[in-house]
Design a protein around this ligand. Structure first.
Ligand code: NAP
Length: 266
């Protein structure tokens, strides 16, 4: 299998990992539907890719609104006639303890990270069944083990596992492939933002002390999952170590997380 002529929707693809996936998929012959909310940035990415000769289209919309998702999928079908994969990549993170977080932050995270993966999937399913295509959920290492100061993000990403596991069995007869990628620390787009404890949008704090993977590498790993129709993949050596240790030696992982958390809070 190759991506040649495959029509692929990547939600949240105006920057960061989504944009890197769009580039690499187009490079491998796919037709990509770009999406994000901010039209200016989305159009910038669209024009940039179009000028390189890639087959792309762009549709602005919020994945946490079902009407927008139906419109996004309609746009994809109108443009390319079919849909071979949806990568549920749009997502947002946060910082703050459960005690100090404004309850709205939990709502926002669930809206984008969970409902924003469910709605595009539901709108796309009739078309993905026709092509026996792929649905990919972009999870996180924080979806394997809850991370202090990132409870809402961890909870939202952990819920994606349940979603993917349920769907994998439900979709078996249809031939639709379901996959979940546990993405590790990735080099951030300079424009990346997150929610602070009060629900304000702030620039992503620097994480230079962490060894992060380039988004292009993440993109290649996701493409590999689509081509090989893989179910669960944990990215990065640190992510794999985290998954292994958390499964077999959780009593070792907790003190490490605890020490880092209290050191950073101090
Ligand atoms: N970076 C990491 O280290 C890392 C690690 C593990 C997992 N991940 C996951 O990988 C995915 C991408 O992360 P990233 O770091 O590349 O993020 P990013 O740089 O912040 O980019 C997020 C993209 O999603 C779009 N977006 C956000 N909310 C949206 C919404 N409601 N509807 C439609 N589009 C929306 C953004 O554009 P607009 O704001 O214009 O909508 C942007 O294009 C996320 O699911 C994230 O949780 C990232």
């Amino acid at each position: 299998m190759s991506l040649q002529n495959k029509s692929i929707l990547i939600t949240g693809s105006s920057m960061g990992i989504g944009k890197a996936m769009a580039y690499q998929m187009c490079e491998q012959g796919a037709k990509v539907i770009l999406n994000a909310r901010n039209e200016q940035r989305l159009n910038r990415t669209y024009e940039e890719m179009k000028s390189k000769g890639y087959e792309v289209t762009a549709v602005a919309g919020d994945v946490s609104a079902m009407e927008d998702c139906q419109r996004i999928i309609k746009h994809a079908i109108d443009q390319f006639g079919q849909l071979d994969a949806v990568v549920n990549n749009a997502g947002i993170s946060m910082e703050g303890t459960v005690e100090e977080l404004d309850p709205e932050v939990f709502q926002k995270l669930m809206d984008v990270n969970i409902l924003g993966s469910i709605y595009p999937t539901k709108a796309a399913l009739p078309y993905l069944k026709k092509t026996k295509g792929s649905i990919i959920f972009i999870g996180s290492a924080a979806g394997i083990r809850g991370i202090p100061n990132h409870s809402a993000y961890s909870a939202s990403k952990m819920a994606l596992t349940a979603l993917a596991e349920s769907m994998k069995i439900e979709m078996k007869q249809s031939g639709v492939h379901v996959g979940i990628a546990y993405v590790g620390f990735t080099q951030n787009d300079p424009e990346k933002t997150i929610y602070d404890k009060d629900g304000n949008i702030i620039p992503q704090p620097s994480r230079e002390f962490i060894k992060a993977e380039p988004p292009e590498k993440v993109a290649q790993r996701v493409i590999n999952m689509i081509l090989k129709r893989k179910f669960k993949e944990v990215f990065t050596p640190l992510g794999k170590l985290n998954a292994f240790m958390n499964r077999f030696f959780p009593f070792v992982v907790e003190p490490i997380l605890s020490r880092n958390y209290h050191k950073n809070k101090a």
